[in-house]
Design a protein around this ligand. Structure first.
Ligand code: PSU
Ligand code: MN
Length: 302
């Protein structure tokens, strides 16, 4: 398999410096323009500031990219007809020379192929609400179990059935580790009331956990970081808007991979942009922590 490295990521890789993978479905589908570009800029700046190098993954004209230059980022943030590419879509995307943003599943896979073991995202996919009726479970979950990559997130997307998502992660043997918290963060909100068995106080301990996990050859792991207090929304308010957004999705018969982008868009509209501000802030915050973990692993290895 051929990977197309950006200049910056290739150089860091050659010199053995720490890299942090980023997903691009958040650019292509998750956030509206021009906020998606702002998110990319803030995440990359935070990673560089912490002493690591960003590597956004994407598929452009069927080629697998590790790290994007300004032109590639712009294309994913503004292009028309961009695909949402999960792991199972990769083969078709390559063969048909398609272009699109990679979700958590495909980004984990590409990061693993590139030898990058820390990845920052916003919220994970998981088990959707009403799963007994619509069997909608994100391929993010089996991908996390399979690929040896540490994923830093603010929990799973709040649109999901979080208790069932945690249960399935247990079944898959994927540890969910709170960062300075014993509770699963709620993506837009800091709290969910769902206890986590494991937590780490800082990036240094997180790095040691990543080392141990990878040495066991057990696949991936999740670090869940509460979203920044300044922009987080109360859980109850999120729930209220979600109920309405979910109802509308049913009425409009939105299904499959269109569900997540639809709900995220509805939440932005219903909160008059406050979930958008929260989303940008938590993406940057997660990127910073991921970079700190990557740097700590690097220092430890020397
Ligand atoms: N969370 C967000 N924005 C996003 C996503 C998650 O705040 O755009 C994307 C991620 O790329 C994640 C994907 O991997 O949604 C999950 O989609 P699905 O539920 O269709 O598997
Ligand atoms: Mn789905």
């Amino acid at each position: 398999m051929k990977l197309v490295w950006s200049k910056e990521a290739a150089k860091a890789n050659r010199q053995g410096r720490p890299l942090v993978a980023l997903e691009t479905s958040v650019l292509a589908q998750g956030l509206p323009h021009p906020h998606n570009l702002e998110a990319a800029r803030r995440c990359e700046a935070a990673i560089r500031e912490a002493g690591a190098t960003p590597a956004a993954m994407a598929v452009i004209d069927g080629r697998l990219h590790v790290g994007l230059d300004a032109e590639g980022t712009e294309r994913l943030a503004t292009g028309a007809g961009l695909l949402k590419i999960g792991s199972r879509d990769l083969a078709v995307a390559i063969a048909t020379k398609a272009t699109g943003g990679t979700t958590v599943s495909a980004t984990c896979e590409l990061a693993a192929h590139a030898g990058i073991s820390v990845f920052a995202t916003g919220g994970l996919g998981g088990v959707h609400r009403g799963v007994a009726h619509d069997l909608d479970i994100s391929q993010d979950l089996p991908a996390l179990a399979r690929w040896p990559v540490a994923v830093v997130c603010a929990g799973a997307k709040s649109v999901l059935d979080l208790p069932k998502t945690l249960e399935l992660l247990e079944t898959l043997g994927v540890p969910v580790i709170g960062v300075a918290t014993n509770e699963l963060p709620g993506f837009y909100s800091r709290e969910t009331g769902l206890p986590l068995e494991h937590s780490v106080p800082n990036a240094k301990v997180a790095a040691a956990v990543v080392d141990a996990r990878l040495s066991l050859g057990q696949g991936g792991l999740i670090f869940a970081v509460p979203p920044p207090e300044a922009t987080a929304l109360p859980r109850a308010e999120i729930e209220r808007h979600l109920e309405a957004a979910l109802k509308l999705a049913r009425v409009r018969r939105v299904s499959g991979k269109a569900v997540t982008p639809f709900l995220l868009g509805e939440m932005v509209r219903r909160t008059k942009g406050r979930t958008l501000a929260a989303n940008l802030a938590l993406l940057e915050n997660n990127a910073r922590f991921a970079a700190q973990v990557a740097v700590a692993r690097h220092q430890h290895a020397r």
